[in-house]
Design a protein around this ligand. Structure first.
Ligand code: PLP
Ligand code: ZN
Length: 558
């Protein structure tokens, strides 16, 4: 159908000027403002969705009435969107947060949330009869646009900063794009790309200013709202907004678009409130976080980004900050910065705990979650959705020869950031150690076992009650005992007393892992008897591991 039934109209964010969606405008004809939105006939969409949505396949295009493509025959699609919402059960158990959900954007056709953007943007390009286009990227857009442009038959020039891992550049080249490496920052790379497009008279993707890019992101909000009720077990199938939506932020296209999605759902009466937005940036490139702390309305750029998380190295966020800072001021929410070290640790924690391996840029959002929980900004009982925005994917290395990219040499202004993702993760002792876990809760025991085994060659023994536990300790003589206090038969206190009374067991270090708050007298009973008390729900697996390692190496706890 050539006329879009939901009558999309362009609307200027500054002066409110409207006209039917036709050729894309770069500026508002009335006030020259460069932030143009699309609005739709929401009553029509609400009516249509209530009737037909249940029968549509679960992918991004099930919401096509709220996407700005006039002719559906122009869709360039590979089943993007419709990604699972995962319940992070092990992480939740560790942190004492029952409602952490992961929007698994790794499961897009090229492994990041950019696939939504690429699908809609390339569809729009096809509709505009574009044959050749230019895009600037920190990696994932280059890959995703390259894949979709192959499908669409559009020639793509992908400009990337030379800091992007070579594996990612190669991935873009495999799809047949011309990859151009610019030896400078991402902000400079964007300028070089724009200049190239201008000289060659080519279509250039406008990033955050592109309507298609932002509109595609709304579908993340739509899907989450549709998926959440299934998990919350209230019996209601009404769409639901999470209390918090967390995303790693570079240029800000993601959260700006997702926010608009929630606004439209609210306008259509499909949800009853907005979430709070947490925007997480890398400490070495966090212009939004610092600008917000200073109370600025316009972002102050970071001129020399310094982070190993290249995907999020936008130093100059421009209009996205103006938009997002207003959202956070008006609706609550947070801007938070995390270090590269915290990011890589979060990456490892998510892989070990819930089997979700992600790229560092995605792990940034989880590091942000941990920080906001620790600060008490996010409460442990709140419903939190984290956008897991990209995969660590395996990359083909042998297909292309040496000349798969061109290089634009720019004068170096600062040292090139070192490569190697896991460099900061400390090397741990791999010698076999024997650990006994005395824990009656099978799930908790399994989690402890998994944490330990993910990190070293531990030989692990388990017992479900104190009596069996004591027998086990006598027989196996472990190097360390992890002890739960509340157990049937003989409880943890009983086990401790029995061990202290036995000369041969007395020297075995004990770490108590407990779910409940202890009374003062219980604490006194334990003091001097154990190495450490770990409260379930408040320790991280790093705490546990450090304790285990110290105990095994015979270090005193300090
Ligand atoms: C693009 C990207 C980001 C940053 O997204 P913006 O919307 O540009 O802020 C973060 N993480 C991953 C994996 C990305 O691909
Ligand atoms: Zn205007």
């Amino acid at each position: 159908m050539l006329s879009h039934p939901a009558s999309p109209r362009l609307k200027c964010a500054r002066c409110g000027y409207e006209e039917p969606l036709g050729k894309p405008l770069l500026r508002c004809p009335r006030c020259q403002g460069d932030w143009l939105d699309v609005v739709y006939d929401y009553e029509y969409v609400t009516r249509t969705w209530s009737e037909s949505l249940p029968r549509r396949p679960f992918n991004m295009w099930r919401y096509w009435e709220l996407l700005p493509l006039r002719d559906s025959a122009n869709r360039v699609t590979m089943g993007e969107g419709g990604t699972p919402l995962l319940h992070a059960t092990n992480l939740g158990m560790m942190l004492g947060c029952p409602h952490i959900y992961v929007k698994d954007e790794r499961q897009g056709p090229t492994g990041s949330f950019k696939d939504r953007q690429a699908s809609l943007s390339l569809s729009v390009m096809k509709e505009l009869e574009v044959n050749e286009a230019v895009v600037a990227s920190t990696g994932n857009v280059a890959i995703s646009y390259s894949a979709y442009s192959a499908l669409a038959g559009i020639k793509m020039w992908a400009f990337v900063t030379s800091l992007v891992p070579a594996e990612k550049m190669r991935e873009a080249a495999i799809y047949g794009s011309d990859v151009v490496k610019v030896t400078s920052t991402y902000d400079q790379t964007k300028k070089v790309a724009a200049e190239f497009a201008r000289r060659q008279g080519l279509f250039i993707d406008r990033g955050i200013r592109s309507i298609a890019a932002r509109e595609s992101m709304k579908t993340v909000a739509f899907e989450i709202a549709e998926q959440l009720p299934i998990f919350l077990g209230t019996g209601s199938t009404d769409w639901r907004t999470p209390d918090w939506y967390i995303q790693a932020v570079s240029g800000g296209m993601g959260p700006v678009g997702v926010w608009k999605g929630y606004q439209e759902l609210l306008e259509m009466g499909l949800v009853d409130r907005m979430p709070r937005l947490a925007c997480i940036q890398a400490e070495g490139c966090a212009p939004m976080v610092w600008s917000f702390q200073k109370g600025l309305e316009e972002a102050e750029p970071v001129l020399n980004p310094h982070t190993r998380v290249i995907t999020v190295a936008t130093g100059s966020p421009g209009p996205a900050y103006t938009f997002l800072s207003k959202v956070v001021r008006e609706h609550g929410g947070a801007f938070e910065a995390v270090s590269d070290e915290e990011t890589f640790r979060a990456l490892h924690v998510m892989a070990k705990l819930d089997g979700i391996s992600m790229e560092p840029a995605a792990a940034l959002a989880f590091a942000g979650l941990f920080k906001l929980l620790n600060k008490g900004v996010i409460r442990r009982d709140e419903v939190v959705v984290v956008n897991c925005s990209g995969h660590t994917f395996p990359v083909e290395k042998h297909l292309l020869g040496e000349d798969w990219a061109r290089t634009v040499e720019m004068p170096a202004e600062r040292p090139i950031v070192e490569e190697g993702l896991l460099g900061t993760l400390e090397q741990l002792d791999r010698s076999v150690s024997r650990i006994a876990i005395l824990e009656d809760d099978v799930k908790a025991a399994r989690l402890l076992r998994r944490i330990l085994q993910a990190r070293g060659d531990y030989q692990i023994f388990e017992a479900r009650d104190g009596r069996a536990g004591l027998e086990l300790i006598r027989k196996e003589r472990p190097d360390l005992v992890l002890l739960d206090l509340m157990m049937p038969e003989v409880d943890g206190f009983g086990v401790l007393e029995a061990m202290r009374a036995d000369e041969e067991l007395e020297g075995i270090p004990v770490v108590v892992v407990t779910a409940q708050e202890l009374t003062a007298s219980e604490r006194t009973r334990l003091s001097g008897q154990i190495r450490m008390l770990l409260q379930k729900g408040s320790f991280t697996d790093e705490d546990l591991l450090q304790e285990v390692l110290d105990a095994i190496e015979g270090k005193e706890h300090g």
